[in-house]
Design a protein around this ligand. Structure first.
Ligand code: ATP
Length: 199
């Protein structure tokens, strides 16, 4: 799996459609302070479903939308697409090219697309689980992340190793099943109460 390109429009410092092509090898992004270098990694985090506004260096989700300058008016929505080469099928999706898009409007409406088809955030999270790139991934190491890992509680550190070992998906499914079981048990209790009342 390889990221081929990142398309950004209306996200933070990028009001116009901007395409960053990632060639084989190492890509370095250089620019003056405040020009938007870190906003590129924020865009990758965001398109992969990041919900924590602090991680995105914002105070509210609307802050990811280009908020205008004296010369340019603010945009109404932000959109980011991550194009991935999936010829090795590292993502459990039977296509050589995978495009994940997230769109967010000032109204608070948001959508995720997988190869132009609307998806739930849950599906995007599951797709990237165990690849290192997803929600609990370690592919993006931001400032202070190493310190945070070293000083994290052992249970939190364990999550990073679980992702690397490829068992995050199993843990996630186990937790999901436990939630469903618990909901089913609650329903049974309610049903038994109703039955007892009817007797
Ligand atoms: P440094 O080298 O100092 O770390 P950088 O190149 O990584 O800087 P970023 O942190 O990516 O820069 O970008 C910061 C800039 O992004 C700030 O100038 C900030 O005003 C701008 N910015 C953040 N959110 C928005 C937004 N919603 N609309 C317009 N500009 C924004």
């Amino acid at each position: 799996m390889r990221i081929r390109s990142l398309e950004i429009q209306g996200f933070k410092t990028f009001p116009d459609k901007t395409v960053l092509q990632l060639q084989n090898g190492i890509t370095a992004v250089v620019g003056p302070n405040g020009s938007g270098k870190s906003n590129l990694s924020d865009a990758v985090r965001w398109v992969l479903g990041e919900q924590n506004v602090r991680t995105l260096r914002c105070t509210k989700m609307e802050d990811v939308i280009f908020n205008g300058t004296p010369q340019r008016k603010a945009q109404g929505y932000a959109e980011v697409t991550l194009n991935i080469d999936n010829t090795d099928r590292a993502l459990a999706f039977d296509k050589d090219e995978v495009a994940v898009t997230r769109r967010y409007y000032r109204s608070g409406e948001s959508e995720y697309l997988l190869n132009h088809v609307a998806m739930r955030l849950k599906d995007i999270n599951e797709l990237f689980m165990d690849t290192g790139l997803g929600r609990d991934g370690y592919s993006i190491i931001g400032q202070g992340k190493i310190d945070a890992i070293v000083s994290a509680k052992s249970e939190d550190r364990r999550e990073i190793f679980e992702e690397a070992a490829g068992i995050s998906r199993c843990r996630y499914r186990k937790e999901d099943s436990e939630r469903q079981l618990s909901a089913a048990e609650d329903n049974l209790v309610r049903l038994n109460d109703i039955l007892a009342e009817l007797k």
